[in-house]
Write a new protein. Structure first.
Length: 184
């Protein structure tokens, strides 16, 4: 007996071929879906990262503006502090000038007059007229006893005659010692 299995084999091979094509189609469909899912997932993560980067850039620019404002405020603060220091120095000098004149009033003998008092830095240059050398000496001793005035130095003294009256023109320099708040 001869059995012909050829049609059955052909049918079986067609079925196997269709199954293989179905499996291959399903695998391709699965692969395409997987690639699309991965692609969409990466796109979503990339979009999220771009959003985060934009947010961070906006925050950084806001901080840069704040830093610029802080630097401007620091600069203004430095200028204001410099102005305050200048005003404080002027106030101290103003008070000091009044104290210096107060000291000079207590130091000057009755027979002596000042013709010029000039301040250059921490020095006073005093010129005046005295009726005798001893008046100039008394002035220098009184200045030595002063609180703010130190180290009187006689620069020049010259004899003068005005209206037949003998007088002495003198020039003294004195060191001014900064000592705020001192009164006589």
């Amino acid at each position: 007996m001869n059995i012909n299995l050829l049609p059955w084999r052909d049918a079986h091979q067609k079925r196997k071929k269709i199954e293989a094509l179905c499996i291959l189609g399903a695998a391709c469909l699965f692969s395409i879906c997987l690639v699309m899912y991965v692609s969409m997932s990466f796109s979503s993560k990339l979009a999220d990262e771009k959003t985060v980067v934009k947010y961070l850039d906006s925050k950084i620019s806001a901080l840069d503006k704040s830093l610029l404002e802080i630097n401007n405020l620091e600069e203004k603060k430095s200028k204001l502090l410099a102005q305050v220091n200048i005003l404080q120095k002027l106030q101290v000098q103003r008070t000091e000038t009044a104290q210096i004149f107060d000291e000079l009033v207590y130091s000057i003998p009755d027979e002596l007059t000042f013709s010029d008092v000039e301040r250059v830095g921490d020095k006073l240059i005093i010129s005046g007229i005295a009726s005798s050398n001893s008046d100039v000496s008394r002035l220098m001793k009184n200045i030595e006893d002063s609180v703010l005035l130190r180290d009187p130095r006689l620069l020049e003294i010259e004899k003068q005659t005005l209206n037949e009256i003998l007088s002495y023109k003198f020039y003294i320099d004195v060191r001014v010692e900064s000592f705020a708040g001192t009164t006589h």
